[in-house]
Design a protein around this ligand. Structure first.
Ligand code: DSN
Length: 419
């Protein structure tokens, strides 16, 4: 029995081991442009695969419901200390299993069912946990949405103020999953104060930029700041909540026991490792390069006739409106053709899109993963050319295969992190 449990995956389950091998090859041989994804360090992967996966540690350091938690307390304390330092936040809860869980805990802490939330429309770059009807946020709370203006495609802060005065929300959410411009947290805080609402900043996408001072921080403006740890922050998949001392007990209570049971201690170890990496000076250089790469990619695509929503980007992502160059091409079809060519993206609504969310007129592109591999601004021009070539192939197998060869040649020069 013990001997069997000590065997490696390839010995004990070669079929699944082969799938892992294929996924390693897929990641190495494709260009990952999904804005919410990244390639973590070997150290972070090692932590996720560590013996900490074996342990229950319900509760918090020093106050656990299980014995044997001495090392659990040590790593959770390190994770919390590093996160506090990274974001200059007074209180951090590192236990949320995901961004969705982090947001849910804030809602439970700040709201009663039926209360009103004011948040960015998903169709204008928001997130499904910010009030989509089929999500618990939309099912339990009364949702009012703000959006971007038609002219600038940037958040209409006057409309936010107007809607806040009219609907008196209990919670205003700022934060997005497909918004390429800087968010003015101070302006949101001013509106929240005026109408007596709490402010929640969901910084999942831009956490790495905020940690390194490349985007203004919501800390000090928002009562609650939530994030994932695996996007620009380049940690393991997971979530986190930051708040001031006045809300610390409430947040901790609504994470555990309010909405979760045992924390994923192997993931908390990996969060601590990733926060340690993010505190090093080279992480700031990495974030700077992400932004430079996004600007270079946006410019190169613009040079090939593609319209960028809002005219460009301030952060790690951009929304490409396909219609000027390919009027009949949907985002769905574009995503599929690009995948055949080895370029991984996701279709995305553009503001005021006339196509359905399952079709869309746009693509969302982000540079965190390519930047991790070491691609720079010069390579972004190449990547734009490859994207244009794949989209212009109109599904022709030979043309797509030729782009795929070029993609693989580029990938070979920039390996993903490996042991
Ligand atoms: N699914 C994530 C994204 O792609 O932005 C957000 O949860």
């Amino acid at each position: 029995m013990l001997t069997a449990l000590s065997k490696s995956l390839s010995e004990v389950d070669p079929d699944l081991a082969a799938v892992v091998g294929r996924e390693e090859q897929r990641q190495q041989n494709t260009l990952e442009l999904i804005a919410s994804e990244n390639h973590v360090s070997v150290a972070v992967r090692e932590a996720v695969g560590s013996v900490f996966t074996n342990k229950y540690a319900e509760g918090y350091p020093g106050r656990r419901y299980y014995g044997g938690c001495v090392n659990m307390d040590a790593i959770e304390d390190v994770a919390r200390d590093r996160a506090r330092q990274l974001f200059n936040s007074e209180h951090v809860n590192v236990q949320p299993h995901s961004g969705a869980q982090a947001n849910a805990a804030v809602f439970l802490a700040a709201l009663q069912p039926g209360d009103t939330i004011l948040s960015l429309d998903l169709a204008h770059g928001g997130h499904l946990t910010h009030g989509l009807k089929v999500n618990m946020s939309g099912a339990l709370y009364n949702i009012v949405h703000y959006g971007v203006t038609r002219e600038t495609e940037r958040i209409d802060i006057d409309a936010v103020r107007h809607l806040a005065r009219e609907h008196k929300p209990k919670l205003i959410i700022t934060g997005a999953s497909a918004y390429p411009r800087t968010i003015d947290f101070a302006a949101f805080a001013e509106i929240a104060r005026e109408v007596g609402a709490a402010l929640m900043a969901d910084i999942a996408h831009i956490a790495g930029l905020i940690a390194t001072g490349l985007h203004p921080s919501p800390i000090g403006h928002a009562e609650f700041t939530t994030t994932t740890t695996h996007k620009t922050l380049r940690g393991p998949r997971g979530g986190m909540i930051m708040c001031g001392p006045d809300h610390a007990k409430l947040i901790d209570k609504w994470v555990f026991p309010g909405s979760q049971g045992g924390p994923l201690m192997h993931v908390i170890l990996a969060k601590a490792v990733a926060f340690g990496e993010a505190l090093r000076p080279e992480f700031k250089q990495y974030q700077q390069q992400i932004v430079q790469n996004a600007q270079a990619l946006a410019e190169a695509l613009g040079g090939r006739g593609y319209r960028l929503v809002s005219g460009g980007t301030d952060n790690h992502l951009m929304l490409v409106d396909l219609r000027d160059v390919h009027p009949d091409l949907t985002g769905k079809q574009a995503e599929q053709w690009l995948e055949v060519a080895g370029i991984i993206v996701n279709k995305n609504m553009i503001p005021f899109d006339e196509r359905k969310p399952t079709q869309t007129s746009g693509l969302r592109l982000g540079t965190p993963a390519l930047t991790t591999r070491g691609l720079g601004a010069a390579e972004m021009a190449t990547v734009a050319g490859l994207i244009h070539a794949a989209l212009s192939a109109e599904g022709d197998d030979q043309k797509l295969a030729s782009v795929r060869d070029d993609v693989q040649a580029l990938c070979a020069n920039f390996p993903v992190p490996h042991a």
